[in-house]
Write a protein that binds this ligand. Structure first.
Ligand SMILES: [Zn+2]
Length: 236
């Protein structure tokens, strides 16, 4: 936590996924007045919006869902081409699921929401350790965006990214200790009734749970081999 000065009202970018739900737990438990903000932008995995509602209800928070037209952008997450299935070792290039400037747009809207509601902090659950390689999840972008928000609004709003350097297993351990309802979250880029178990997001999530020594409570169409073997060996 960067600072204890100022008010404790914070806007949290919330997708219904594992990382941002951990953030909600973190700030709610920390005594913050949390204002979640979520986005429907035509994502193929709009199943996550159901998680957003369920998790906000769990925490007794009122979500602000922003609907936008992002059809100028091309991305597999917007229905342009197939969602790739690649191994974790191959996640060193920016994949077709990258939505150009997504966090730039989301943070700009979150800044407007924070300013309008007197919140002195904005939090985003980006991570640059176990991630898909998206450039707008890296520390340089977050630092630059904080500067842009401060200059653009002439305020001292701080942009916090407390999960930035944590491996997924640490995020899960931390969240589990805070009682985060991971059974309500949604990470999969596909978006059927069950998570697919094959996209980048499912693989990183399952690897994180395995390394944390905790079984993922979500239902999957199929497990990748590494996770299936681990579950079998540990009779989780
Ligand atoms: Zn998936």
């Amino acid at each position: 936590m960067r600072s204890e000065t100022g008010n404790k009202r914070i806007v949290v970018l919330f997708s219904g996924g594992l990382d941002s739900t951990t953030l909600l737990s973190y700030y709610v438990r920390g005594g913050y007045e949390v204002l979640p903000i979520s986005f429907y932008y035509g994502q193929t995995h709009s199943r996550e919006i159901r998680s957003v509602s369920e998790i906000c209800r769990h925490f007794g928070l009122k979500d602000r869902l922003v609907r936008m037209d992002l059809s100028v952008a091309s991305s597999a997450l917007l229905g342009d081409g197939e969602i790739p299935s690649r191994s974790i070792e191959e996640m060193n290039t920016v994949p077709s699921t990258f939505v150009p400037a997504r966090n730039l747009i989301f943070l700009s809207i979150a800044a407007s929401y924070a300013y309008s509601n007197g919140a002195e902090r904005i939090a985003i659950g980006v991570n640059s350790v176990d991630y898909s390689g998206y450039p707008d999840c890296r520390p340089g972008f977050i630092a630059s965006m904080e500067t842009a928000i401060r200059r653009g609004l002439d305020t001292e709003i701080t942009l916090e990214a407390p999960l930035q350097y944590l491996p997924k297993r640490e995020i899960i351990r931390k969240g589990n200790g805070l009682g985060t309802p991971y059974e309500l979250t949604w990470s999969c880029y596909r978006g059927g009734e069950n998570a697919c178990g094959r996209c980048d997001s499912c693989l990183l999530r399952l690897q994180g749970f395995m390394e944390a020594g905790i079984a993922d409570p979500l239902s999957y169409d199929s497990y990748p081999d590494f996770y299936a073997e681990w579950i079998k060996e540990n009779k989780k």
